[in-house]
Design a protein around this ligand. Sequence first.
Ligand code: ADP
Ligand code: MG
Length: 312
Amino acid sequence: MSKGQAAPILLVALGGNALIKKGQEGTIAQQFANLQEPIAQIARLSRDHRVIITHGNGPQVGNLLLQQECCQDVPRLPLEILVAQTQGQIGYMIESSLDNQFMALGLEVFKPLVSLISYVVVDGHDPAFANPDKPIGPVLSGEQAAGAAYPVMHTAKGWRRAVASPQPISIVEKREIKRLIGMDFIVICCGGGGIPVVRQGRHFAGVDAVIDKDLASARLGLEVGVEVFCMATDVPGAALDYGQPGERFLDSLSLDETRRYLEQGQFHPGSMGPKVRAALMFLEGGGQRALICSTQEIEAALAGKAGTHFHL
Ligand code: ADP
Ligand code: MG
């Protein structure tokens, strides 16, 4: 890169497995250990990229909800507060892991870090509010489900709390994030898809909902002018006939192919679907490069050697 030219902005959306792998209990020691691999790659990539990191929070919020179920002695906290808590705890773990990696790489590459509590505006009339379809929190007994003060749904695991998952409209802190990126801070934000808020006159009010972190990341990417939008998860990319005998992972997808496969239901609506739709949203909105890869292959994917790449 020539002197004076700003480094491209890379947004990495870290999937749940960056912190807790399938089958793990999810202790803090495990979460720190799991973070090492993706964060080491991001630290190296920060040498020639300006970096934004977003992340999921499903199991972390789930555990906080479970803690509340287990203790009647303190007031219950609404979901917006729990999401804010997880942004703090995961932001801390990512910052501390990045710091360690910078130490290992040598202090000359150290970049300033900041974790930002982030709000994301949703529409109070989003149709999702009439149809809460995102399961969260612990599995409930039939009795608990029948007496629950909130909507519940039956999932493969059993009864769980159901919340609405509205579309992200705008990231409230987009100007702050842009300025920090301009100053070459690594910004950790929009954790768990952000704290969902609705506009009420001149201020914002939190709502009981969760926003998909990949869709929120795509929106953030467009609002901040990200060049590369990378969703890192626990599979090598998007596959056709996933989990079936003819399964094949895709190297690249045009927007037309992406729309066609989405229509065919190739990408599960609760997992790969939102990632593919986020890639589509990013490119349709004017973004240049979106990809889905495994958390082990972030650098390889950026070099074009792994992952599923979306192109116009
Ligand atoms: P994250 O926490 O990274 O967002 P998700 O569980 O939401 O992870 O999404 C990744 C999962 O998507 C994979 O573990 C895989 O089981 C599932 N999946 C569903 N359909 C597909 C598909 N067509 N191709 C690849 N993975 C798929
Ligand atoms: Mg997901």
